[in-house]
Design a protein around this ligand. Structure first.
Ligand SMILES: NC(=O)c1ccc[n+]([C@@H]2O[C@H](COP(=O)([O-])OP(=O)(O)OC[C@H]3O[C@@H](n4cnc5c(N)ncnc54)[C@H](OP(=O)(O)O)[C@@H]3O)[C@@H](O)[C@H]2O)c1
Length: 430
């Protein structure tokens, strides 16, 4: 029996994910048994070559010149685990131009430049795989692209940011403040360095753009995603939502309808029996719906060096297998379709509104008239008297976002409305 010649891997980055990827690939016997192809790491690039490392990498293969790895004729697959947009994008493009397949876990570069990078991969007939960029160790891209390919996917709904899910879980379950819960997430090592990435929904929007592109075969970028974060949520609002039978999650939702794509990240009320309502702490989950298939839910740890490395090495094995049969490019998703992005004002769903009113007879009737005049129909109301003022919490039937915005503008101008506390969208159905 002839032993196939090893596929050479060049690793860019040896941080949280890169060092776990190196650890997995260094166990060559085990990788050979699983992949059926010998893989060997021939070069590793880091920013600071002299920095002490927790893993043993031969000095002879370590360099601070990532460009040299990308250009090297002795590297078959480039694995980009540096992060950020540049220089990562430049290295990925150059590697593909040199005919190398690329594996990355970089959500920022894929969300901002995925269309360009995938087009380059198609043109160069190489693989560009990015399973680790969304949901850490949860398989999402490959199942959506391959296993569910026959069911035309119409909707994705997910909890894609572990930090905000942890914060909302701790606020709801344990009465923590947002600041306390964020500090705990930091201590446990899964919060992004820049809190805006988590709290304002940038991280979830980038991941949703990547998933929507793969599911709908359309180039969706992070900038196309409507985005609203969790900063305005208070423990009081979470308690009111619970009284109405809902839990609040930061949801990432993409839907294809009538040639249009809707993509949005925002806090939303979910009924307690919804499959995503029970996803706790820093866990992630994605629910996929399509023709002929019931809802399918994927869930697990959405980040972390070791789980993400499993996804990255899975991609490396795919790319290596394609190379070994002289068919690189088979695992690159193609964006063959076009669609218009649906403006948020045209999206319809139920809404949760919470505001403070002067607590006097007839006041609510005046407010209700505004809802009626703007064609917003109220499904349920709870009023909590607090002396001079009362909190009014109501949930509407399906309503156009545009109509809700008109109601809010009018409420804000009324003397009996002391404050609009919060407005959240409701995802009432699976
Ligand atoms: N951490 C996670 O849980 C997770 C989960 C999913 C996806 N990801 C993604 O995986 C990627 C890597 O994340 P990470 O957490 O492993 O990052 P990290 O710990 O910050 O590691 C980054 C690595 O890149 C190296 N580096 C930085 N700039 C470089 C350059 N110009 N040339 C060569 N090497 C360079 C650094 O070198 P030094 O070691 O010398 O500083 C370090 O080894 C990111 O795209 C991230 O979004 C991470």
């Amino acid at each position: 029996m002839t032993v196939p010649s090893p596929i050479a891997v060049g690793l860019l980055g040896l941080g949280t994910v890169g060092s776990e990827v190196y650890r997995l690939l260094a166990d060559r016997g085990s990788i050979m048994a699983r992949a059926g192809i010998p893989l060997t790491v021939t070069r590793v690039a880091v920013a600071r070559a002299a920095k002490p490392r927790s893993i043993d990498v031969p000095v002879s293969i370590l360099t601070s010149d990532a460009g040299a790895i990308v250009e090297s004729p002795d590297v078959d697959i480039v694995v980009e685990l540096i992060g950020g947009v540049e220089p990562a994008r430049g290295y990925i493009l150059r590697a593909m131009e040199r005919g190398k397949s690329v594996v990355t876990a970089n959500k920022q570069v894929m969300a901002a430049h995925g269309t360009e990078l995938l087009a380059k991969a198609q043109a160069a007939r190489v693989d560009l795989c990015f399973e680790g960029s969304v949901g850490g160790g949860i398989p999402l891209i490959k199942p959506i692209r391959e296993s569910l390919a026959a069911g035309r996917i119409s909707k994705l709904m997910g909890i894609l940011n572990g930090t905000t899910n942890y914060i909302l879980t701790r606020m709801t379950r344990d009465g923590s403040t947002m600041e306390e819960a964020l500090a705990e997430a930091r201590q446990r090592g899964f919060a992004e360095a820049d809190p805006a990435e988590d709290l304002d929904g940038h991280d979830a929007a980038a991941k949703l753009a990547i998933l929507a592109s793969v599911a709908f075969h359309v180039g969706v970028s992070g900038r196309d995603v409507f985005r609203e974060g969790i900063r305005r949520i208070t423990r009081k609002e979470l308690a009111y939502a619970a009284e109405l039978g809902f839990v609040v999650k930061l949801l990432a939702i993409a839907r294809r309808r009538n040639g249009e794509i809707e993509a949005r990240v925002h806090p939303a009320l979910l009924p307690l029996q919804h499959p995503l309502a029970v996803i706790p702490e820093e866990f992630n989950a994605v629910l996929v719906e399509g023709d002929g298939m019931g809802p399918v839910v994927f869930s697990g740890r959405g980040a972390g060096g070791a789980p993400t490395a499993v996804a990255v090495v899975g991609d490396i094995i795919d790319a290596a297998r394609n190379l070994s049969v002289d068919a690189p490019g088979r695992s690159t998703p193609s964006l063959t379709q076009t669609a218009r992005m649906r403006p948020m004002e045209d999206v319809t769903m139920p809404y949760y509104l919470s505001f403070q009113l002067t607590d006097r007879p007839g006041v609510f009737a005046r407010v209700a008239t505004v809802f009626g005049e703007e064609q917003v129909s109220i499904a349920s109301i709870v009023q909590k008297s607090r002396g001079e003022v009362a909190d009014a919490i109501l949930v509407t039937h399906d309503t156009l976002e545009r109509s809700v915005r008109r109601v809010l503008a009018r409420l804000e101008g009324m003397d009996v409305v002391k404050a609009v506390n919060n407005v959240m969208r409701v995802e009432a159905t699976i």
